[in-house]
Design a protein around this ligand. Structure first.
Ligand SMILES: [Zn+2]
Ligand SMILES: [Zn+2]
Length: 64
């Protein structure tokens, strides 16, 4: 059985757990545009804190 993997957030450098296939990050609701923004900048998923910021619009693509 595979447990969560420890990763370092490329955005803030914080260490976090990534659940891989059933990761928490798939539960965070982000738009396709935000997804593209992340994919263009980072190789892997970000920490919950940063992903939350992107989801809320504090980070990531702005309209326009
Ligand atoms: Zn982060
Ligand atoms: Zn993840």
């Amino acid at each position: 059985m595979r447990g969560p993997v420890q990763k370092t957030c490329e955005c803030c450098g914080q260490v976090f757990q990534c659940g891989g296939y059933q990761c928490w990050c798939s539960r965070v609701t982000i738009t396709e545009v935000q997804m593209d923004w992340i994919a263009a900048r980072y190789q892997d998923c970000l920490c919950p804190f940063c992903l939350e910021k992107i989801a809320s619009g504090e980070l990531g693509p702005r309209s326009g």
